[in-house]
Design a protein around this ligand. Structure first.
Ligand code: DAH
Length: 341
């Protein structure tokens, strides 16, 4: 038995020294010291020994157990350290390597201007609504007092979806006025931004698709004074307190009276220059008092209620705002252009 213990000691020590991983080491622990291990198997023979031999063997067995336990623990420690340092080696982070740059996008100049006007209008009590881009010609024209044969329809030619010309790509955001008046309770205070389409050749100031920003107020006792006050407030918040405006008579089929609103040229202060083409003024938007016929078509009593409306071109506003000289730049999505804003 002494010999067996001796052999076990030697065999296990060399196995422990040869173990190259913690897992291997742990299975050695089970193999030699476990309940069904080799040492236990040897100890089971103790009963066969004489009274004198038993304590001697017992002590020897204990020594072997302690030696093996200590060796395994020690080897475990060494291997754990080695594993850790290998992992640290593998996972070192070089904090001096430049990071991968994160490209942060920004608002398109058109969106920036649009968000700004929207915010101004919302702060004044307007609600933002949207309307369809594919529209019935009845909404785009007829209900806006522009019936078949009206010259304004020629100037706003567009894409028609049906042979009977009933469905088209809207040429203006004004049809949203009709949808709102037909469906929403009075009083009405809405703005509506969106894409519009016209048969136009592309050049520095024209595009077959562009954006408009429509506004509509309907209530009892609304006057041209409300129109002027509201538009002056919006324009001054947008372009600065000292912006000078001019309301000039005009004609739109769906407003009466109608006007166009100009701002004094920022560049020359009204003297006339290249930017304002010698005019001293820059046209900003169309507006007017909602035509009684339009109110009536939408089921609103024009004797009791009145309203004003306005519509502006968003591209034109962005171009003025950011000094963009060619409309085409706005749609090309060239980062060299967009990153300037
Ligand atoms: N829809 C007009 C256009 O495209 C712009 C406009 C003028 C809108 C007067 C209005 C308005 O709401 O009252 O030329």
């Amino acid at each position: 038995m002494k010999k067996q213990l001796q052999e076990l000691k030697e065999a296990s020590l060399s196995a422990i020294n040869g173990a190259d991983s913690i897992e291997a080491l742990e299975s050695l622990r089970v193999k030699f010291l476990g309940k069904k291990g080799e040492l236990t198997a040897i100890l089971k023979q103790m009963g066969k020994l004489s009274e004198e031999e038993r304590p001697v063997m017992g002590q020897l067995a204990n020594e072997v157990r302690e030696l093996l336990t200590a060796s395994i623990d020690k080897a475990h420690e060494v291997l754990a350290k080695k594993q850790l340092s290998e992992r640290l080696e593998r996972e070192t982070i070089d904090v001096t390597i430049p990071g991968t740059p994160v490209i942060i996008g920004k608002k398109h100049p058109l969106t920036a201007v649009l968000d700004e006007v929207k915010e101004i209008c919302v702060s004044m009590g307007f609600t933002v609504v949207e309307g369809p881009e594919v529209e019935y010609s009845v909404y785009n024209f007829d209900k806006l007092n522009t019936s078949e044969g009206h010259p304004a329809r020629d100037r706003q030619d567009t894409f028609y979806f049906t042979d009977d010309d009933r469905v088209l790509l809207r040429t203006q955001t004004s049809p949203v006025q009709v949808h709102v008046m037909e469906t929403q309770p009075l009083p009405i205070r809405i703005v509506s931004p969106g894409r519009v389409y016209r048969k136009d050749e592309v050049d520095a100031t024209h595009s077959p698709m562009f954006h408009q920003f429509e506004g509509l107020v309907v209530d009892k006792g609304i006057t041209m004074g409300d129109l002027k006050g509201t538009l002056n407030t919006i324009i001054k918040r947008l372009y600065g307190e000292d912006t000078v405006t001019r309301f000039r008579p005009h004609h739109f089929p769906f407003t009466e009276p109608s006007c166009e609103v100009d701002v004094q040229c920022f560049e020359c202060g009204g003297k006339g220059c290249r930017v304002c083409k010698g005019e001293g003024w820059i046209e900003l938007l169309g507006a007017g008092m909602v035509h009684p016929k339009v109110l009536e078509v939408c089921g609103i009593d024009s004797k009791e209620y009145s309203g004003f409306a306005f519509g502006m071109g968003v591209e034109r506003m962005a171009m003025r705002r950011f000094n963009i000289s060619d409309l085409r730049l706005i749609y090309e999505n060239d980062l060299r252009f967009l990153e300037q804003f």
